[in-house]
Design a protein around this ligand. Structure first.
Ligand code: ADP
Ligand code: MG
Length: 666
């Protein structure tokens, strides 16, 4: 094979012959279900096979050249049109056999298809179920099929089966070699489905094994300690809160509390939509640790957020005589020393908490906020600093239960199902860039009412991507508006400057805060009611939902204004989804469908290679099966040392790749 083709294949993930086996077909053409032209109905999607009768170029003013074909299968004649077809024209000739897939319409006398997916049938194509491969560069579908037909049988035959025979027998699943062959060269759809099921199980079992394997290691050594969750500190704290916990929060706390009272370390994922009130539950857990004579560590994803949580906890805990400190990158020796000696009850911080120089006297509770920002490694880095501390992971990413269980290993799941009272959904509207003047008049009106606003931009400085509103230039512009007090915060400021600006905004010394996405998670300012998101199409759905959650947190209703001229259909859908849906879970499902699980669940950040074949929404049952299987396997053979588990171990190790601490590789 020439270097060009090899490079194109490399981009599909195949840089060696063996890897061709896992360049999965995107879908299949079922040529056993061809529709004769005479039976086509207007409006339906159809697969037809037909012979080209005539090829006519047509010059269309302003639209380049149109190609118009007449094709027949001897039952009827159909017209096929392609626009912008100057170079396509050369590829069609009378007598050619084509498979066409497209929507049937009617043009004058003839049935027709506009821009169908098409393919020439060359020579003998023995298969009726034809795979459709992803393409890259100059690769052609016909070449890919030919290549696979040539190499798959030989390569597949050499593949060893990682799955213990008993597991396959119990599920009546075929071997891996057979399945690899059948997914590329199926004789029937049933064969293809059987093969896919088997290969998906390989994939999900590998991922679940990898996660559970890591989870058992992040517990840290030794047995845990039961905590006193009903002592005077906890009681006084609850009485001092300016609000009552909602029924949802009480229920969630009951689950957490039960875990904390046990000696076995808790491993719990607390999931609740943006603004549902997770922090107060984490505070209770931290206080239970202090009450028991232990320390608590609270890890937040950004300095802004760590700083804010430290303030909240200080405000809550200081009256109780519990010392709270914020430990970020530049923490003093004295502070670290105080932590090491146990003089600080609750340590809030960023990833800096994981550094070797940070030691605890007796760490009893670890809280990890906004989980999706952290990898497995960071989490275990922190729990390893204690003797099997209780772990509470908090996330606003609402993912279906089974999926959560898979991705987060054996974390137990607690959900806060609803919001604190008086919250109304944030009214969300879309505006074009041309309407920006009206948008800022709205902001002005809000400021006049004594409210505050966020203006979020995707970038800090004006970039060369034409017209993206950069934070600094917006800020400069707004400063000139009379009567507005404007602040700016972005990732390029040092942490003190960031904290200072946030504090000023919190104290309502600014009316408007221009920001990049560093305010995305968790920031809580009650007077902020309006958030304008400039170039909103640049953000992901989850991010937009998080950003929107920054307003409407007080008693006044919030408003979110998305400013964008989306250039793609996908961006269009994303923005509309945000206008139409307010429930994080619904949005997550939409996001999952639009982007796939790797992105949504942060499998990437976890350092795990996600799924390539599995579709976690469609394959939930298989995921469930894999989860139970993984647990059984690890109970029986925690290190995967049995000879029959060797294949699985190899797969787990390579899936973990970079996420795997070197010490576990041996
Ligand atoms: P998140 O779950 O997004 O982390 P927070 O914990 O920051 O949300 O809570 C959002 C806001 O709601 C905070 O200002 C918090 O003090 C407030 N809050 C939490 N619980 C209640 C409650 N039961 N009643 C009223 N306000 C509450
Ligand atoms: Mg939060």
């Amino acid at each position: 094979m020439g270097p060009r083709r090899a490079e194109d294949l490399g981009r599909l993930g195949a840089s060696s012959a063996g890897e061709l086996l896992t360049v999965w077909p995107r879908r299949y053409q079922d040529r056993t279900r061809l529709t004769p032209l005479a039976l086509l109905r207007v409006g339906e999607e159809a697969v037809v096979r037909a012979r080209v009768l005539t090829v006519m170029p047509r010059a269309v003013p302003g639209r380049d050249v149109m190609a118009q074909l007449r094709v027949t299968d001897d039952t009827a004649v159909m017209e096929v049109t392609f626009f912008h077809a100057r170079f396509l024209l050369r590829r069609f000739r009378p007598g050619q056999e084509l498979v066409l897939i497209g929507k049937v319409s009617k043009r004058g006398r003839y049935l027709s298809m506009a821009h169908p997916e098409w393919e020439e049938i060359e020579g003998q194509e023995p298969l009726d179920i034809v795979p459709v491969y992803p393409l890259s560069g100059d690769l052609k579908q016909a070449f890919m099929r030919q290549l696979m037909r040539m190499v798959v049988p030989g390569l597949a035959a050499q593949v060893s089966d990682p799955m213990p025979a008993a597991i396959l027998q119990a599920r009546e699943l075929p071997g891996r070699a057979w399945s690899l062959r059948a997914i590329h060269l199926p004789r029937t759809i049933e064969e293809q489905e059987r093969a896919r099921t088997r290969l998906v199980l390989d994939e999900v079992l590998t991922v679940t094994l990898a996660i559970q394997w890591l989870r058992t290691r992040e517990r840290g050594p030794g047995a845990g300690r039961p905590l006193n969750t009903t002592g005077p500190l906890v009681t006084r704290f609850r009485a001092s809160l300016p609000f009552l916990l909602t029924g949802f929060q009480e229920r969630a706390w009951a689950e957490i509390e039960t875990d904390l009272q046990r000696p076995a370390p808790m491993a719990r994922l607390l999931q609740g939509d943006v603004g549902s009130g997770k922090t107060v539950l984490a505070a209770l857990a931290c206080l239970a640790a202090v009450e028991t004579g232990l320390q608590a560590a609270f890890m937040a994803p950004t300095e802004v957020l760590a700083d804010q949580q430290a303030r909240v906890l200080t405000r809550w805990f200081e009256p109780l005589g519990v010392r709270v400190e914020c430990l970020t990158g530049g923490a003093s020796r004295e502070l670290r020393e105080a932590v090491r000696l146990g003089a600080v009850g609750v340590v809030v911080g960023t990833q800096a908490l994981i550094q070797d120089s940070v030691e605890f006297d007796r760490l009893g509770v670890v809280v990890v906020d906004e989980q999706h920002r952290f990898g497995v490694r960071q989490r275990s880095g922190l729990t390893a600093k204690g003797h099997a501390p209780h772990l509470l992971v908090m996330t606003a990413t609402p993912i279906p239960r089974t999926l959560a269980l898979t991705v987060y290993g054996d974390l137990n799941l607690t959900r806060i199902e609803g919001m604190p009272p008086g919250r109304e959904p944030v009214a969300t509207v879309r505006r074009t860039r041309a309407e920006r003047r009206a948008v800022y008049q709205e902001v002005m009106a809000a400021v006049r009412r004594g409210e505050q606003a966020y203006v979020v931009c995707p970038h800090v400085e004006e970039s060369d991507e034409g017209g993206v509103r950069a934070a600094t230039s917006l800020y400069e512009g707004m400063k000139t508006v009379s009567g507005w007090r404007v602040g700016i915060v972005h990732g390029r400021l040092d942490s003190e400057a960031k904290a200072a600006v946030m504090e000023q905004f919190r104290r309502h010394e600014f009316d408007v805060l221009v920001a990049t996405t560093i305010i995305e998670v968790g920031v809580d300012v009650a007077d902020a009611t309006v958030i304008v998101i400039e170039d909103a199409d640049r953000f992901g759905l989850a991010q937009l939902h998080q950003l929107r959650g920054r307003v409407g947190r007080g008693t006044r209703p919030g408003r979110c204004i998305l400013v964008a001229d989306p250039g793609t259909e996908e961006a269009e859908e994303r923005l509309q989804a945000l206008v139409d849906h307010h429930d994080g879970l619904e949005l997550a499902e939409i996001d999952l469908q639009m982007r796939g699980p790797g992105e949504v669940l942060g499998l990437r950040q976890h350092g795990l290679q996600g799924f390539s074949l599995a579709n976690p929404l469609r394959d939930l049952a298989l995921l469930q099966d894999a989860r139970n299987l993984a647990r059984t396997i690890l109970e029986e053979d925690p290190e995967l040392r049995h000879p029959e588990h060797q294949g699985l171990r190899d797969r787990v190790v390579s899936a973990l790749g970079a996420a795997l601490p070197a010490s576990l590789l041996h």
